[in-house]
Design a protein around this ligand. Structure first.
Ligand SMILES: Cc1ncc(COP(=O)(O)O)c(C=O)c1O
Length: 360
């Protein structure tokens, strides 16, 4: 039967997620599989979140609060903005889609790095916009080149900060330079999914630009350090005007009731956050030292993952690690991305990689 597919959609490829643990176990008959592929928190959710999840179950016959009132109030309080400036999404992924559909008319442009988070390009194309990609320089966003790529058709500029998959950061000075030159109508999307892991004192205070009333949105998520990826909940902080436009196409019950309550509880769990950060720091040292000892120093990362040149076809290394029950992410060429796990998971990964490289 003939299908009439929009050419912009036909040109897309489906997103390939990290392989689920159970699937690999089934396929290869492995008893132990570790997944270091999707930048999840190896310590799991906050105990405070788990407690309210249990309490929420008895009210599942009710629709969620479509306005996510309590969560938005708490986030507004945290970031010193008005609640009307906060939008909650089914993961921050959903807000990326809302941005593209709201602000791009066919042929409008969105500037982004190459490589960066793949969903930007997908959402821009699905909204019939044009993705203008600017190659990284030394694995970092090339901010002057991104600025030079702005045209009269540019509506969105994505700064993935820190960047996925490289883990590198755009500094406060670079952001100040960029925002001093950017035409006012271009909306800057600060995608800060890994914000809570950042250690550098040079990281920009992007919320300050939103408070100043710049056309900007800061995206954060409960999927990473908060350990709630399976619930799908993230948020954006922006101007009241941008939030108002996004809310016109936001599905009314996009954030489910369990996720809203769990996020609220997780936001309040400073202990879990501090512990997760410490586990990540120790694991980062372990992985960086281990890889460096193999002659494969990864790119300096401000996140919970590293990006490393394995010196040979990365796909082959990825496949060989899979057969040993270790799931990482092959990005392109010789590059693989590895999420920082618990000490034991990191040890298993390093040992498996050493075997794979020795086996040639
Ligand atoms: C840079 C970046 N932005 C956004 C997301 C999406 O997060 P969420 O789970 O909130 O949709 C991810 C997830 O991997 C990410 O790496």
């Amino acid at each position: 039967m003939t299908l009439h597919v929009h050419p912009d959609i036909a040109a897309l490829s489906p997103y390939v997620p990290g392989k689920p643990i159970e699937e690999l176990q089934r396929e290869l008959g492995l008893s132990r599989v570790i997944k270091l592929a999707s930048n999840e928190n190896p310590s799991g959710p906050s105990p405070k979140a788990l407690a309210v999840i249990n309490e929420s179950l008895a009210s599942l016959h009710r629709y969620p609060d479509g306005g996510a009132f309590r969560l938005r109030e708490a986030l507004a309080d945290r970031w010193k903005v008005a609640a009307e400036q906060v939008i909650v999404g089914n993961g921050s992924d959903e807000i990326l889609g809302l941005l593209a559909r709201t602000f791009l008319s066919p042929g409008d442009e969105a500037v982004m790095a190459d490589h960066t988070f793949v969903i930007y390009k997908m959402e821009v194309m699905a909204a019939h916009g044009k993705a203008v990609t600017v190659p990284l320089k030394d694995w970092r966003h090339d901010v002057p080149a991104m600025c030079a790529a702005i045209t009269a058709r540019t509506r969105l500029l994505f700064l993935c900060n820190p960047n996925n998959p490289t883990g590198t950061m755009v500094s406060a000075d670079e952001v100040a330079w960029l925002l001093g030159r950017l035409p006012e109508q271009v909306i800057v999307v600060f995608d800060e999914a890994y914000f809570e892991y950042v250690r550098s004192s040079e990281f920009p205070d992007s919320m300050a630009y939103v408070r100043e009333g710049r056309n900007a949105i800061v995206l954060r998520t409960f999927s990473k350090i908060y350990g709630l990826a399976g619930l799908r909940i993230g948020y954006g902080v922006t101007t009241p005007e941008i939030a108002n436009f996004l809310n016109r196409i936001r599905p009314p019950f996009n954030a489910n009731s369990i996720a809203q309550r769990a996020a609220l509880a997780a936001l309040d769990d400073d202990e879990h956050l501090a512990r997760s950060r410490a586990v990540n720091q120790a694991g980062m040292d372990q992985i960086v030292n281990g890889l460096s000892a193999m002659g494969l120093p990864p790119i300096g990362s401000e996140t919970n993952f590293v990006y490393v040149d394995v010196g040979r076809d990365g796909r082959g290394v990825f496949d060989a690690l899979l057969r040993r029950g270790v799931i990482v992410r092959h990005i392109e060429g010789r590059m693989i991305r590895v999420t920082i796990g618990h000490a034991e998971e990191n040890r298993i990964f390093l040992a498996a990689l050493a075997q794979v490289l020795q086996a040639g």
